[in-house]
Design a protein around this ligand. Structure first.
Ligand code: SF4
Ligand code: MG
Length: 286
């Protein structure tokens, strides 16, 4: 397909991230999005290599900083479909400040976090999502910390689209990515994606047994219902948990407040290169 480049992923055989890459590809193909209309922006981590494996625009940014970069890309290029990708370490530890603010800011883009409850790239340390008791080189007596309830956190922070999936649930994940792209605002999907090398505790068998589907008749517009099901399942539930279609995206709110100017125009005013000003600033800071 048009999205495949000739770079072979260097993920370990069996890594969950292959499934996430395939699901993103299926979703953009199903939506008939051309490679030149897509940007995949990532942070740092095994998961964040994903951007390099798409034939599309992209940037492999710095640790925890995929979101500020991706939001800037979206604001300056309103017609581009922007998908930011991270791992649970990148998104919920060093990047958590950005993540919380992106939830409440509501820029119209998609954020996919590959959640394997461990730092893979740095060879197996506890992440903010690690289970209590998880033994690693840095936690030889097991982790003593409570894992972060990320979907509840997202809802509490004002996220307007919160979903969760498992990379082997291909159809569910592809559908959710499609819905996330259709959502007019910031769409967040936490995707369980096992690290077969450094997390033997939360492997394929674990997720297969632990994860539940949403109950029959679940209403994803009901905030209280979303929080209730997350509480009852200890966060181990997949599907579209919460969507608020009443709030304006950041771009639309900004345009309204300014009597109509497109945010791209506003961004352009700010970043418009001005040689004189640039040289003046450089001289000041010399
Ligand atoms: Fe995947 Fe883990 Fe290997 Fe990284 S170390 S590529 S997360 S299996
Ligand atoms: Mg991780």
């Amino acid at each position: 397909n048009d999205y495949r480049n000739d770079i072979r992923p260097n993920w370990c055989p069996g890594c969950g991230h292959y499934g996430v890459q395939a699901a993103i590809t299926d979703a953009v193909v199903a939506k008939n999005i051309k490679p030149e209309d897509l940007a995949v922006i990532s942070g740092i981590g095994c998961s964040s290599r994903i951007g390099g494996y798409f034939y599309a625009y992209g940037a492999h940014t710095t640790h925890g900083r995929a979101l500020p970069y991706a939001q800037g890309v979206k604001l300056a290029n309103q017609d581009l479909n922007v998908i930011a990708c991270s791992g649970d370490g990148d998104a919920y530890a060093i990047g958590m400040g950005h993540t919380i603010h992106a939830f409440k800011r509501n820029v119209n883009m998609v954020y996919i976090v590959m959640d394997n409850h461990v730092y893979g790239l740095t060879k197996g340390q506890t992440s903010p999502r690690s289970d209590v008791g998880f033994v690693t080189k840095t936690s030889p007596h097991g982790s003593f910390e409570t894992p972060l309830s990320i979907c509840e956190t997202a809802i509490a922070a004002g996220a307007t689209f919160v979903a969760q999936s498992y990379m082997t649930n291909r159809k569910e994940l592809v559908d959710l990515i499609g819905q996330a792209m259709d959502h007019d605002g910031f769409a967040f999907i936490n995707v369980f994606s096992p690290c077969v090398t450094y997390n033997k505790r939360n492997g394929y068998d674990y997720f297969k047994d632990a994860l539940q589907a949403l109950p029959e008749g679940f209403d994803h517009h009901d905030r209280a219902a979303a929080l209730k099901v997350l509480g009852e399942t200890d966060g181990l539930v997949t599907g579209l948990l919460y969507q608020d279609t009443t709030r304006l995206s950041f771009e639309k709110a900004m345009a309204n407040a300014n009597g109509g100017p497109h945010p791209r125009a506003l961004v352009h005013d700010v970043v418009k290169p001005d040689a004189e000003l640039f040289n003046k600033l450089c001289n000041e800071f010399k």
